[in-house]
Design a protein around this ligand. Sequence first.
Ligand SMILES: C[S@@+](CC[C@H](N)C(=O)[O-])C[C@H]1O[C@@H](n2cnc3c(N)ncnc32)[C@H](O)[C@@H]1O
Length: 225
Amino acid sequence: MLELSKRLSLIAQFVNEGSSVCDVGTDHGYLPAFLFLSGRCRSVCATDINQKPLESAKTNLKRLGVDGVRLVLCDGLAQISRADADTVIIAGMGGEVISGIINRASFLKDHTVSLILQPTTAAKELRLFLAKNGFTIEREKAIAENGKIYSVMCARFKGQPYDIDDVKAVIGLLKNDSDDACAYIEKQYRIAQKCAIDLSGVAHKQTEYKHYLNLSEKLKNILGG
Ligand SMILES: C[S@@+](CC[C@H](N)C(=O)[O-])C[C@H]1O[C@@H](n2cnc3c(N)ncnc32)[C@H](O)[C@@H]1O
């Protein structure tokens, strides 16, 4: 059986049994290969905007003896419809790119479609986009891999835009209940603390300074003082 990295393994765990899955920006194709081989999914397809990664996915799928994954060359979900997928994975891209892909795919505005999202950067901007556009984050877990820390979130369209506070924007649903979640929160704490220190002596940036100071204190409290 194909062994996934810790990050991809966590994403795979978020996929429900019997789902029809589309992996957007698949690159190597390991995730759709694993999902297909697991026999847990009704169907699996994958897209990539670039020919080269799609070729590498094709090579890997062939090597692994996977013959049932449809590979599609397209931007995001441009060639994919609700009939192809009830679960959409968008992983390993920046939060703004992920937001753009969601924004351009109207079939995601359906409460029966699950989104599994793993931004490499700009997770805060992605959470703000989801809130503004009526997508609720239902589950979130952190995962550390190769010296980096990521968040994997499961979201769904509920239709009602909502506000999120500054803490939720930077850590989402994470709590201090695992080493990886604590590492994620700690990273956000350090970023807020550094912003506060950098702004402390800048006379015209006192509002921002107070914001980051306050945010760093709240994150420190979540970490347990
Ligand atoms: C860093 S790789 C991530 C691969 C895999 N999803 C993972 O998490 O390991 C990013 C991939 O996304 C693809 N990509 C970037 N923008 C895209 C878009 N708008 N639509 C589809 N694929 C895209 C790139 O070509 C690249 O293969």
